[in-house]
Design a protein around this ligand. Structure first.
Ligand SMILES: [Mg+2]
Length: 217
């Protein structure tokens, strides 16, 4: 749900998520991983939970902060999948399968272009993976639309950690109260609102385009 900017400050900057907002839904990728490797979405989830019992949190979060490499992440998953499956899966097409199943979400990319043309400062704020940058960058004209990319894999914090939002506003040089944040996850929107951002949770293109336009009009 959208909320008015704190103190009625005008929105100067738009901060947009990548996966699931500027792309089609990520569920398609999880299903593609299942098809590519013969490992069900449930087993991937179970392997993540088993790893979290040892490592304190799911290994995806460590990968997204760049604390472990993609090969290290895949080894952890293979270790935890092996007892579940009775064999050691390869996972050799993990990244490719994940991205092949994603398409650019054109209405949202066009909305971001419109925001830029309207003179807004533009940042992309993404929980991502260092090794995946060459793949996600091919999906949209990132540098045409966004002057800044804040990528968890390189900054060492991930949404909803407050530090990554603070880094974003610091780099933009704009107070949080003058920023509109768009993300498909409620937890990420809540964290942004706690810091003073106006936030729109993306559910579908029609809803998100309408809410963003209403806030910026
Ligand atoms: Mg997302």
């Amino acid at each position: 749900m959208a909320e008015a900017g704190a103190g009625g400050a005008a929105i100067e900057a738009v901060v947009c998520d990548f996966g699931g907002v500027l792309t089609t839904p990520l569920m398609g990728s999880f299903l593609a991983l299942q098809d590519a490797h013969g490992v069900s979405v449930e087993d991937f989830g179970e392997a993540m939970r088993a790893a979290a019992e040892e490592g304190g949190e799911i290994p995806l979060f460590k990968l997204e902060r760049g604390e472990i490499t993609e090969p290290e992440f895949l080894e952890i998953l293979r270790d935890k999948l092996e007892p579940l499956l009775g064999h050691r899966p390869e996972l050799h097409r993990f990244r490719e399968a994940f991205f092949e199943a994603l398409d650019p979400n054109e209405p949202m990319i066009e909305l971001m272009r419109e925001c830029r043309r309207g003179g807004r400062r533009m940042a992309m704020l993404t929980n991502n993976v260092q090794e995946w940058e060459p793949l996600w960058r091919t999906m949209l004209p990132v540098d045409e639309i966004f002057e800044l990319v804040i990528d968890s894999g390189w900054v060492g914090y991930r949404k909803p950690e407050k530090q990554i939002y603070e880094i974003t506003v610091e780099r933009l040089g704009v107070p949080a109260t003058a920023c509109l944040f768009v993300d498909d996850l409620e937890v990420n929107c809540e964290a942004a609102r706690d810091l003073g951002f106006t936030a729109v949770q993306y559910r579908n293109p029609e809803q998100a385009v309408a809410e963003v336009r209403k806030i910026l009009e």
